[in-house]
Each structure stands twice: as structure tokens, then as C-alpha cells.
Design a protein around this ligand. Structure first.
Ligand SMILES: CC(C)(COP(=O)(O)OP(=O)(O)OC[C@H]1O[C@@H](n2cnc3c(N)ncnc32)[C@H](O)[C@@H]1OP(=O)(O)O)[C@@H](O)C(=O)NCCC(=O)NCCS
Length: 115
């Protein structure tokens, strides 16, 4: 089995006043809606951004932002839904993501398991 790992950390303040253009370029509607429903919008958004960057690091290549969608299961655990070229490239692979955030920073780690 081939295992890939990527991690990222970002300042939450960068995500406090984002333009609609940047938001829509980087995030799916589902991701924006999830963050808007939660108390610390910029922290949630920053965590999702970190997860996308961590995924790209694990892959070793820049990715299309919309190829990586971060959702949460019914317990709140984040999961990665792949689209487009990333989905094609990782057929049969499994991914894991973990996100954490506080007032100043968010961080995420992604692991990809390829049989
Ligand atoms: C859910 C929990 C992990 C969140 O931790 P926190 O310190 O409050 O917040 P963090 O910023 O570190 O993490 C928040 C992120 O955790 C992730 N998360 C939430 N529920 C999760 C779960 N059930 N499993 C994995 N990750 C989860 C989410 O990605 C969330 O960010 P998001 O809502 O933007 O997606 C925490 O409330 C909890 O239940 N901890 C368990 C306590 C415990 O068992 N301690 C160990 C004893 S040995």
C-alpha cells in the first residue's frame, strides 16, 4: 500500500473578509453553507482551506479547488469528497482528513491510502 500525507496551517484572519469571487473560486456552496451555520465562520472556512492545501501536498501537485470538497458526517467528522481529475486519479483510494482551529490559526492533515 502506498500512503501519502499532507498538512497545512493558515491564519484565520485571512478568511474574515473574503470576496465572493475568492469564496466561490475555492469553496463549494455546501462548504460555505456549513461554515455560515457555525459560530466561528472564518475558523471553519480556514480549516477547509487547510484541508484542500493538505490534500494537494499529499498528492504532490496543485489541484483544482473544486475537485476537493470537505463535508462533515453526522458526528461532525470531516470527510473528503473528490470530483473531477482528483477523483479520476484516486479511483479506489481512501482518504482521511483531520481539521482543528482556534481564534488565530486553523490546521488540517490529510492521508491518502492507495492500494
Ligand atoms: C469534536 C471535538 C474533537 C472538537 O474538538 P475542539 O477542540 O472543540 O475543536 P477543534 O478546533 O480542535 O476541532 C474542530 C474540528 O473537529 C472536527 N470534528 C468535529 N467532530 C469530529 C469527530 N466526531 N471526529 C473527528 N473530527 C471531528 C471538525 O472538522 C471540526 O471543524 P469543522 O467543524 O470546521 O469541520 C471535541 O469537541 C471532542 O468531542 N473531543 C473528544 C474529547 C476526547 O475524547 N478527548 C480524548 C480523551 S482520551
Amino acid at each position: 500500500m502506498n500512503i501519502k500525507i499532507g498538512t497545512d496551517i493558515e491564519s484565520v484572519s485571512r478568511f474574515e473578509n473574503l470576496s465572493e469571487t475568492f469564496l466561490n473560486k475555492c469553496f463549494h456552496k455546501s462548504e460555505i453553507e456549513y461554515c455560515k451555520k457555525h459560530k466561528y465562520y472564518a475558523q471553519n472556512l480556514c480549516g477547509r482551506f487547510c484541508a484542500k492545501e493538505a490534500f494537494a501536498k499529499a498528492m504532490g501537485l496543485p489541484q483544482e479547488w473544486h475537485d476537493v470538497e470537505i463535508l462533515n458526517d453526522d458526528k461532525g467528522k470531516p470527510i473528503i469528497i473528490l470530483h473531477g481529475k482528483a477523483k479520476e486519479a484516486l479511483k479506489g483510494a481512501k482518504t482521511e482528513v483531520s481539521i482543528s482551529h482556534c481564534s488565530e490559526y486553523a490546521t488540517a492533515t490529510v492521508i491518502i491510502y492507495i492500494e
